[in-house]
Design a binder for this molecule. Structure first.
Ligand SMILES: [Cu+2]
Length: 339
């Protein structure tokens, strides 16, 4: 499913193909911080294997994702259809949300299968668009890891419904501790552990409409399902990627992500956290907070200094979001467990 013909169409005549590729690559990287390149690195179609030449010293990990229909059963017995990215193979997850990791400037290679009944187009919020992927198609995306931070991968064609449908993944951009870039370490953060928490809210009428091939009523959005890492409480508290496990004295980086539309205010029991970055922009004006703002389609990194042992809830400060379709207790609650 390579689409390399697109890749070489603008090669300047008479310019060394590797050099041309490098320039184009750098232009994209500088302009946006993120670049999708279609099919580069698959050498079998006779095009210059640009990425391999540029990055041959870096082993390429191939992450595998599938855009798939998934039914989830909630505590009230109701079942909601989602269209989610499913992690295949050894692709890491938090809950069931794929979490892809790379260093800034590195290539992330993703093989994406579209098992949905409509064309999708992956995009990174605040970044570039990927290619369209037709139903049944498998496409290899090579994406340049953006600047240090936490990024949302979602779908452009589903538009406003991509979040409610759950079509999201998280990309962590983290400098190598030793090695690349002269051994440069993170300039902003020092931490002992990290967790990803991805919040999604859904209005069942939207999900049901899209799942049956119809358009939802975009004028009305009243979410009644609320997941964190595609889970609800108490499943959140038994998932190793969603239960925040730590020890007194540690610093824990929380990569808070909101793919939904509810303007969340996430509240911490037991601790205050320090906001490090919002949408990957360093922040210095916030003091310690027990409640942090997390609007839709936003990422926020907060540092939790674990200064007491215990088990404490973390949840959006809205009663509705701590329910499953109105049934308390459920929804977007998870726990911090500190020993
Ligand atoms: Cu509370």
């Amino acid at each position: 499913m390579s689409r390399q013909e697109n890749q070489s169409a603008s090669d300047p005549v008479g310019v060394d193909p590797v050099e041309a590729g490098r320039r184009r690559f750098l232009q994209m990287a500088v302009a946006t911080g993120i670049a999708f390149q279609l099919g580069v690195g698959t050498a079998d179609a006779g095009q210059p294997n640009l990425i391999k030449q540029l990055w041959q010293k870096q082993p390429l990990q191939v992450w595998m994702l599938e855009a798939a229909r998934i039914e989830q059963t909630f505590s009230d017995g109701s079942i909601l259809p989602y269209h989610r990215y499913r992690a295949l193979g050894s692709t890491p997850v938090a809950g069931s949300v794929p979490v892809l990791t790379g260093a800034p400037g590195e290539i992330l290679r993703v093989r994406m299968r579209n098992s949905l009944s409509y064309t999708i187009r992956p995009m990174i919020v605040g970044g570039m668009l990927g290619p369209t992927i037709a139903p049944g198609e498998v496409v290899t995306l090579d994406l340049v890891v953006p600047t240090e931070g936490t990024w949302l991968l979602t779908d452009e064609l589903l538009g406003d419904a991509a979040g409610p449908m759950g079509l999201g993944a998280v990309i962590i951009s983290r400098p190598h501790k030793n090695g690349l870039r002269g051994g440069r370490r993170s300039s902003v953060l020092g931490y002992d552990r990290e967790y990803v928490l991805l919040y999604v809210d859904s209005d069942d009428r939207w999900n049901t409409a899209i799942d049956t091939g119809l358009l939802p009523d975009y004028t009305t959005y009243e979410p009644n399902y609320h997941t964190v890492n595609n889970l609800t409480f108490p499943d959140t508290a038994s998932d190793p990627g969603t239960l925040i496990t730590c020890q007194v004295g540690e610093r824990v980086l929380l990569r808070m992500c909101n793919l939904g539309w509810v303007r969340q205010s996430v509240h911490f029991h037991g601790y205050h956290v320090d906001i490090q970055r919002i949408n990957n922009q360093p922040q210095s004006i916030f003091g310690p907070k027990d409640t942090i703002p997390l609007p839709g389609h936003t990422t926020l990194e907060a540092l939790l200094t674990v200064n007491q042992p215990g088990v404490f809830p973390v949840h959006p400060h809205s009663l509705t979001t701590t329910t499953d379709n109105g049934l308390y207790i459920g929804g977007q609650i998870t726990l911090i467990s500190a020993t």
